[in-house]
Write a protein that binds this ligand. Structure first.
Ligand SMILES: C[C@H](O)[C@H](O)[C@@H](O)[C@@H](O)C(=O)O
Ligand SMILES: [Mg+2]
Length: 392
């Protein structure tokens, strides 16, 4: 089956929610005194936007084939990522066969290795890769999950991330992941407040509902170990991303010293098969959580997940809307998925990348059955104010 060649690659930026889901308005739970590595500075403690968590904005990558078919994807990256797509990565796609997805990935990665490897550059590369999978699905008339080998389960089951696990339980989710609000700089009082929040939610949700802490890289090994042991009394299911993504040694020790039965998880800010190989071979965690829009795209997530599968480690991608759903539905070692509650009070289910994806599916009663619409099954909302800063 010969495909039409790739004619154009375009990179747009968009502000206001969407793939850069931290880019929210005032009063949103996701920017309310959440502990981070910057919490050691009191002036940056109340709001993550104060230190720039939303500085990038969304990157939209569009890939148009010669027959007019367009694949697209959204991720975090904004203008700098758009520059990398237009000025560097596009040359490896325009004029090429869209089916050469492995060769294109290889050329994008190794041509940027001297300044990339992780972070923004790999976000940009991931956006291009996801748009290519969307294009391939649309050219073949198949959903991406078909290209990945087909569903191993008919519907997806979700836990919810947000400030209200009690409401998440009422909405049918299997668990609630809470942002950790206080880090080491707030001492024993902060630790006590963290545990009080957990105790309250345990009281409201009962014994069996999963409760997790998301620590967003904010802790040191001693604090994380102490928090894990004290939280164990309230049945904390896992402690997530407690340490710096580069502290493989700390994660190794945290996993060794964590209470029996508590899971240690990390990976949303890790990238490529090589980064996850390090996490796996050093036995840093029980679950890896790559973000498919940040780790190298779908082409790389397959490789990362296979590494985890070979070691009996679950791969539960960091919430990235349809991009993770199409993957999770095809893998046994991804038995559930994350849904980020993007309503400001975490009190209703709204599309995760709203308002950027037309037709974006959401869990109902904590479950979701993906349609067989081609590609990732969504269309770009062109009313969101697309801006192409490096048009060629
Ligand atoms: C809730 C956390 O602080 C992050 O905002 C969240 O996006 C991420 O860590 C997650 O696992 O969803
Ligand atoms: Mg997280």
């Amino acid at each position: 089956m010969a495909f039409p060649k790739i004619k154009h690659v375009r990179a747009f930026v968009v502000r206001g929610g969407g793939a850069d889901y931290h880019d929210q308005g005032e009063g949103h739970w996701i920017d309310d005194h959440i502990a981070t590595p910057m919490s050691r500075y009191p002036e940056y403690r109340q709001s993550r936007q104060s230190f720039g968590i939303n500085v990038l904005g969304t990157l939209v990558v569009e890939i148009e084939a010669a027959d007019g078919t367009i694949g697209f994807a959204v991720t975090t990256g904004g203008e700098p990522a758009a520059y990398i797509v237009e000025k560097h990565l596009a040359r490896f796609l325009e004029g090429r066969d869209p089916a050469e997805i492995e060769k294109i990935w290889d050329q994008m990665y190794f041509s940027t290795q001297y300044y990339g490897r992780k972070g923004l550059v790999v976000n940009a590369l991931s956006g291009v890769d996801l748009a290519l999978w969307d294009l391939l699905g649309k050219l073949r008339g198949e959903p991406v999950y078909h290209l990945l080998g087909g569903k191993v389960r008919d519907e997806l089951t979700f836990y919810a991330t947000g400030a209200r696990p009690d409401l998440a339980k009422q909405m049918g989710f299997i668990g609630g992941k809470m942002p950790l609000h206080h880090g080491p700089a707030e001492g024993e009082e902060g630790l006590r407040k963290n545990l009080e929040e957990l105790a309250t939610m345990r009281e409201r949700t009962g014994e069996d509902f999963w409760l997790m802490f998301d620590c967003w890289m904010a802790l040191d090994l001693n604090y994380a170990t102490k928090l894990a042991h004290k939280a164990h009394e309230y049945g904390l299911k896992w402690i997530e991303e407690a340490l710096s993504p580069d502290d493989y040694w700390g994660y190794r020790d945290l996993k060794k010293n964590a209470p029996k039965g508590m899971l240690v998880t990390t990976g949303e800010h890790e990238a490529t098969r090589w980064g996850f190989r390090m996490l796996l071979e050093m036995e840093c965690c029980d679950i890896i959580q790559p973000d498919v829009g940040w780790c190298g795209g779908m082409t790389e997530l397959v490789k990362i997940s296979n590494l985890a599968d070979s070691r009996g480690v679950m791969c539960i991608p960091h919430g990235s809307s349809v991009y993770s759903y199409h993957f999770v539905t095809t893998r046994h070692n991804s038995p559930f998925a994350e849904f980020l509650m993007m309503a400001p009070k975490a009190d209703e289910v709204v599309p995760m990348f709203s308002p950027q994806l037309i037709g974006e599916p959401v869990p109902v009663n904590g479950k979701l059955k993906l349609s067989d619409a081609p590609g990732f099954g969504v269309e770009l909302n062109r009313e969101v104010g697309l801006h192409r800063p490096y048009a060629r």
